[in-house]
Design a protein around this ligand. Structure first.
Ligand SMILES: Cc1cc2nc3c(=O)[nH]c(=O)nc-3n(C[C@H](O)[C@H](O)[C@H](O)COP(=O)(O)OP(=O)(O)OC[C@H]3O[C@@H](n4cnc5c(N)ncnc54)[C@H](O)[C@@H]3O)c2cc1C
Length: 406
């Protein structure tokens, strides 16, 4: 496979071409995501082929697929649930990077209780008309399309009246308002829909089956919890410049995400710089943290191997997500211990460039985004340990008769 790919790249890759031109070639060849079916821009290969090809493309000096939730969340969801005309319409522009996506799930009254959402979609001729509000929508300010979960049947039980729609974001009925976070960054938004329009054909899966479709997106979200920025160690040229600009634009939203994960990588260096690396209590805490981090890497490796073997995302995603929260909180504690009160100072003249303060203000997000710790524990309890389901007395009642948040 490596030899075939190398031969194809040698014949096609020209660093002087535009990024779009290159990605279109990549998508047409089936090498962009080789595990996808041949009919849908892939080669029908086993799942392990994707990681291999991604790393080989870098090694060969060529640019790979785009970064962002289009690739990690929308594409696998659309591929899994269809329908075919949706796959036709959306998959290729995700692969080429021509259209970017955001995830419109959470609402002021529906986060953990996502199935309790109340944004409504009503069919009017050839279009769905959308009214309601979403919140915490990362990257909504520059997305072309949104993965929208909306209520289409108010008389069905709450999990059964939902529909998953691909909504065009750049239209008069969609108002995106940025939210300022306590760490001073601005990566998510409130999104208001006032008679916004979605073509009837933009339903992903079936009308009324949106909960099942959303569970696929959520499983992929847990799996792709850790974001890696592509190295782009490739030969200079137009395609590379454009890929770098695309990645810079995308990652501008996420500059604080390494701090959110606790910056374990800085701990030993900071302990040495602060002269506390021989303090037995500090050493003990650092050792504990690094141990959990190593064990959690092995869990992530197990998840990656499961994926390579072609299995759908499983409980490893929840285990990994819980471990990431534990590591982030542990790292914040050790950083505070090392920096003491000076860790509260922000700005570039503060110790360690103000990174410690940013870590302390960013770490709480780790255990909330993509489903809170408690929700991951519920999933593990029910799905892995086989414990009784969480009581939900109104699960089978019409949505209009259920108790709701907010
Ligand atoms: C950095 C970040 C990025 C995000 N990006 C997006 C995005 O792009 N798109 C999007 O749609 N959303 C996004 N979110 C929102 C995120 O999915 C929600 O914040 C999350 O699901 C929790 O919902 P909530 O904030 O409404 O809290 P709530 O659901 O109100 O929870 C409050 C508290 O109650 C606990 N709780 C709730 N229910 C239970 C239960 N059944 N059992 C035990 N404890 C429970 C929770 O664990 C939590 O501690 C993002 C959030 C963050 C922090």
């Amino acid at each position: 496979m490596r030899a075939q790919l190398a031969e194809w790249v040698a014949g096609q890759w020209d660093p002087g071409m535009s990024l779009r031109e290159w990605r279109r070639l990549l998508a047409s060849s089936g090498w962009a995501v080789p595990s996808w079916p041949q009919r849908w821009h892939g080669k029908g290969m086993p799942a392990w082929a994707d990681d291999l090809v991604a790393s080989e493309l870098i090694r060969l000096g060529a640019v790979g697929t785009p970064v962002g939730s289009g690739m990690t969340l929308a594409a696998p969801t659309i591929l899994a649930h269809g329908p075919d005309h949706g796959r036709e319409r959306f998959l290729r522009t995700i692969l080429t990077g021509e259209q970017t996506w955001c995830q419109l799930f959470s609402e002021p009254g529906a986060g953990s209780d996502l199935a309790g959402l109340s944004t409504s979609a009503v069919l009017d001729g050839g279009e769905w008309v959308i009214n309601g509000q979403k919140v915490w929508t990362t990257s909504a300010h520059h997305a072309d399309l949104g993965m929208l979960l909306a209520r289409t049947d108010w008389n069905a039980p709450k999990h059964r009246g939902l529909t998953y729609l691909a909504i065009p974001m750049k239209q008069p009925g969609v108002l995106v308002r940025p939210l300022r976070q306590m760490n001073f960054h601005q990566s998510f938004n409130e999104v208001f829909f006032t008679d916004a329009r979605v073509p009837r054909a933009n339903v992903i899966g079936e009308v009324g089956d949106g909960w099942k479709v959303a569970l696929t997106t959520l499983a992929y979200e847990r799996r792709f919890g850790a974001m890696t920025r592509p190295g782009y160690d490739v030969r200079p040229g137009r395609a590379l410049d454009e890929a770098r600009a695309e990645a810079a634009d995308h990652f501008a939203t996420y500059t604080w995400y390494p701090q959110r994960a606790g910056r374990v990588d800085l701990i030993v260096e900071h302990a040495q710089a602060a002269g506390v690396s021989d303090d037995p209590a500090v050493r003990q805490e650092i050792a504990r943290l690094l141990t959990i981090q190593h064990a959690s890497r092995w869990t992530a490796q197990r998840a990656q191997d499961a994926r390579a073997a072609g299995r759908r995302p499983g409980a490893e995603g929840s285990i990994g997500k819980l471990a990431a929260s534990d590591i982030a909180r542990g790292a914040a504690r050790v950083h505070s211990r090392i920096a003491a009160a000076a860790g509260l100072l922000s700005g570039h003249d503060a110790p360690f460039d103000g990174t410690i303060a940013e870590i302390l203000l960013s770490v709480p997000a780790q255990s909330i985004a993509g489903g809170t710790d408690e929700i991951q524990r519920n999933i593990l309890g029910e799905k892995v340990l086989g414990l009784p389901r969480e009581p939900a007395p109104d699960r089978d009642l019409p949505f209009t008769q259920t108790r709701r948040n907010g």
